[in-house]
Design a protein around this ligand. Structure first.
Ligand code: SAH
Ligand code: SF4
Ligand code: F3S
Length: 479
């Protein structure tokens, strides 16, 4: 295992690591070209991201490397010669989805024995999962984790050479390899990692165990990447980290997240800056000031509360109280009156009483969130909460969950209602899946808007008058 000694690894070594992978990419590309020449067919990849934004962003890198290796993309899994699932293990149902897919793949491989199946991501960092796959899912060809994504080309080459299941899991983040080829999912908005890992160890959460310790990227590397994306036409950048508010503290030349935001705000041509996630315990006054002062920073804050009960929060190891959270929200709202705040809520954390649950409802009523992501507590082996006494019975949990939504949804509706009659600048994202004359986009404060328009507008920021409210999205008219 390596930890702090990582810092001694210099740039040269990192470049060598990437060069080595580039050589493997060339080798596989040659082989894929020869296959096309011989058969007149192409080799296709199917790339599925199964987790959060960080996971989706990692899959953009996988796509970049696969494209570089001469594979073409398919969105139809049954056409694929190379299938890769980037897994998630945040809750049990995320893992069940992967096992379901692996069952299907067993059949697929019978009729397509040459297809290569690769698994990577958070779920693979757990020993129990690895052992299950090794013994029960022998049709998997390549397995790697969250720390060595950039090694995909080498792992493919090894699999082809040995014909055996190729596994490479690292225990810790040894190095941050920059400049891995990446293909962004959208032309107008992109995600940029500012840090990796998490040191917070919230009692319910698996992330610190599968993503390792917190490590920040250098601001120069982040800014260079953003400038590159903007020069390709990106309007909006999402800065990603499990806890962006502690960005930069451990760098050789420490810098705060507020300072980073100010620097990103200076990038010419960039129009919108978003970030996630903000841990309430680390949200500083300076950050609130930076959000207020930087014209490109969107008036939207994702501030996960998890629970409204001080008691539960203490046992969750969240390091704030109901009162301090509400005070923080008041501070943010008074500095930025038109800010939209969203949250994550877990229902049924071990030991949660009806009274604790009522505290969560109180917070919801007071904060008036614009959106909330709500979850049933899911036991994750290896986390402190998994062995806590008083696990909440499933029926109680589900009943609270239903009652939570009954309070939450009308409040979200009311909050969004305030936007009716206003004109909002909307970044047009795509044509609606329901109707091809309808476009969907997002306002500065991250609300989804549907409005009539032609697809040429995709990627531009246009003024839209809000005329109706459908709770989870708004209806607008282009003006
Ligand atoms: N770093 C972010 C969250 C990452 S996980 C933060 O601190 O807010 C996204 C969300 O999943 C969490 O905010 C939490 O609400 C939820 N979550 C995490 N572990 C969970 C578990 N074991 N059961 C249910 N929900 C969980
Ligand atoms: Fe998980 Fe807490 Fe870290 Fe978020 S801050 S990733 S919830 S441990
Ligand atoms: Fe994200 Fe899931 Fe991993 S939420 S960090 S992909 S466990």
């Amino acid at each position: 295992m390596t930890t702090d000694d990582n810092k001694s690894i210099d740039e040269v070594l990192l470049q060598e690591e990437l060069q080595e992978q580039m050589a493997f990419m060339q080798k596989i590309k040659k082989e894929n070209l020869a296959y096309t020449e011989e058969t007149g067919k192409h080799r296709y990849f199917y790339n599925l991201a199964m987790g959060c934004q960080m996971n989706a962003h990692d899959s953009e890198k996988l796509e970049g490397m696969l494209t570089e290796m001469g594979y073409l993309k398919t969105t139809n899994e049954t056409d694929a010669d190379f299938i890769i699932y980037n897994t998630c293990c945040i809750r049990e149902n995320a893992e069940q989805k992967v096992y379901g897919k692996l069952g299907w793949l067993k059949h697929y491989k019978k009729s397509n024995p040459d297809a290569i199946v690769a698994l990577c991501g958070c779920m693979m960092q757990q020993d129990t999962v690895l052992n299950t796959i090794k013994s029960k899912y022998k049709h998997v060809d390549i397995i790697f984790g969250t720390f060595n994504l950039y090694k995909l080309p080498e792992l493919i080459a090894t699999r082809k050479e040995t014909g055996e299941m190729t596994i490479d899991i690292w225990e810790e983040n040894r190095l941050i390899v920059e400049n891995v080829p990446t293909i962004p999912s959208f032309s107008y908005k992109g995600a940029v990692n500012i840090m990796y890992g998490c040191d917070n160890f919230c009692a319910y959460c698996i992330v610190p165990y599968v993503r390792g310790r917190e490590r920040s990227r250098n601001p120069e590397d982040i800014l260079a990447e953003i400038r590159g994306l903007v020069s390709q036409g990106m309007k909006e950048i999402l800065l990603l980290g499990q806890n962006v508010n502690s960005y930069g503290k451990k760098l050789d030349s420490p810098i705060t997240f507020a300072e980073l935001l100010r620097q990103v705000n200076e990038v010419e041509g960039l129009e919108r800056i978003r970030f996630m996630t903000s841990h309430p315990k680390d949200l500083s006054d300076d950050l609130i000031a930076a959000m207020r002062d930087c014209d490109k920073v969107c008036h939207y804050l994702h501030l996960p509360v998890q629970s409204g009960s001080t008691n539960v929060l203490r046992r969750m190891n969240r390091k704030y109280t109901k009162e301090s959270y509400l005070e923080l929200v008041r501070k943010v709202k008074s500095a930025i009156p038109d800010i939209a705040i969203s949250t994550d809520i877990i229902v049924g954390f071990p030991g949660e009483t009806e009274e604790d649950f009522q505290d969560t409802l109180d917070v919801i009523r007071e904060v008036r969130y614009s959106t909330a992501f709500t979850f049933l507590y899911s036991k994750r082996t290896g986390t402190p909460a998994a062995t806590m006494e008083d696990q909440v019975p499933e029926d109680v949990m589900k009943d609270r969950f239903d009652r939570l939504l009954k309070v939450l949804n009308p409040l979200i509706h009311e909050e969004n209602h305030k936007q009716i009659g206003t004109t909002q600048m909307v970044l047009v994202e795509e044509v609606s899946k329901q109707k091809d004359t309808i476009l969907t986009g997002r306002t500065d404060n991250n609300t989804l808007v549907h409005f009539e328009g032609s697809k040429e507008l995709i990627g531009s920021i246009v003024p839209v008058k809000i005329v109706d409210n459908k709770t989870f999205y708004l209806i607008g008219e282009r003006i």
